[in-house]
Design a protein around this ligand. Structure first.
Ligand code: ZN
Length: 358
């Protein structure tokens, strides 16, 4: 089992988590590999930072005495020479560098490439360089966020579910359309991976692009399959703030159905832990999801997903798309994992689909 989308922490972010802790939890959850996103501190946007991160992860894995595969998504910026540097890092360090990540929308860290022309320039540069690997894209179009007259995002921390309205489904749908169009126009030869797809409208655009012969994949998180914005109205709902936000009641069930029906390529957790203070006082986006893998697998089995399809969405599809070989060990998970973080996003959910037997 592989988690192709995690945010590990360390160094300046040690209060949130360490590489050793994150990798250890992943291993105990039954995962044989994790692919780490680049919006770390410092960000993984160049050869030196990437090599250092791989070294740090290898040391943590050595201390833990585990056999987990650690891969890195290298971050893209608008700087043409930086893009060349990460493409070379991918070519020389693969499979440890599994692909490239484009934040076509603002999220944690400063890697947002939010303007249409800047995004066009990135796709054009990747095409010029002949990059034919995978680009994972965070799709949320910033110009469609709800704004106050002073330019700040229009949401009310006293009512955390307002985050869902501030970054609406239309922003994701429009961004997916933008990235598919821009990458095609640029002559991009690789695969566009839409990370954490969260609404049916985005999925429809992906299905149309695939039908037109494009290499497009998408991943679904357990939280976008099981939790909805109403969960943010329960006590301490701020802890569920994430990007893209949790969607209205009814939407997660449709995403779960799409996963079961075969329209989604793989499951990715988007594990992104913070301290409670970062969440409650700093309104940080991101939730810890690694410990939920075993329970989500159980739920998918209970919902009728066949064993070979389960292996497909939790291992094979990502390995194939990224051309990374990781052995699927089928290890039993540690059942005591769910109390590893100060809170469990999936406990006490108000969304009907999440109320599956534990
Ligand atoms: Zn993420």
């Amino acid at each position: 089992m592989i988690d192709p989308h995690v945010h590990l922490r360390d160094g300046a972010e040690r209060a949130k988590e360490t590489l050793e802790h994150g990798l250890g939890v992943a291993w105990r959850a039954g995962l044989d590999g994790v692919f780490e996103m680049p919006n770390t501190d410092p960000p993984l946007t160049g050869w030196y930072a990437i090599c250092r991160r791989i070294d740090d992860a290898d040391r943590a894995i050595g201390r833990l005495g585990i056999g987990i595969f650690h891969g890195v998504w290298a971050g893209l910026t608008t700087d043409p020479s930086q893009i060349e540097d990460v493409v070379r890092s991918w070519a020389e360090l693969r499979p440890r560098v599994v692909g490239l990540k484009l934040f076509a929308g603002p999220s944690t860290g400063a890697l947002g490439v939010t303007g249409l022309e800047a995004q066009r320039a990135v796709w054009t540069r990747l095409a010029e360089l002949g990059y034919d690997g995978v680009v994972a894209v965070h799709c949320e179009k910033e110009s469609l966020f709800a704004r106050l007259p002073d330019g700040s995002v229009d949401w009310d921390p006293a009512q955390p579910s307002s985050w869902a309205g501030a970054r609406p489904p239309e922003a994701e749908i429009a961004s997916v359309a933008d990235q598919l169009a821009l990458s095609a126009e640029a002559g991009f030869q690789g695969t566009v991976h839409v990370a954490h797809v969260s609404v049916p409208g985005a999925l429809e655009a992906i299905v149309r692009a695939r039908a037109a012969g494009r290499r497009v994949t998408c991943g679904l998180t357990p939280h976008h399959a099981l939790l909805s914005a109403v969960d943010m109205d329960r006590p301490d709902g701020m802890l569920l703030k994430t990007n893209p936000p949790l969607r209205p009641v009814g939407v997660p069930g449709l995403m779960l159905e799409a996963l079961l029906a075969g329209g989604i390529d793989w499951v990715e957790s988007d594990h992104a832990p913070h301290t409670l203070a970062d969440k409650r006082e700093g309104f940080a986006s991101g939730i810890p999801v690694l410990p939920f893998w075993p329970r989500f697998m159980r739920m998918l089995r209970e919902q009728g997903m066949e064993p070979d399809r389960l292996v497909r969405v939790t291992h094979e599809a990502a390995c194939e798309a990224l051309d990374v070989a990781v052995e699927d060990s089928g290890r039993e998970p540690d059942p005591d994992l769910e109390r590893e973080y100060p809170f469990d996003p999936f406990a006490d959910s108000l969304t009907p689909d999440a109320r599956s037997p534990r």
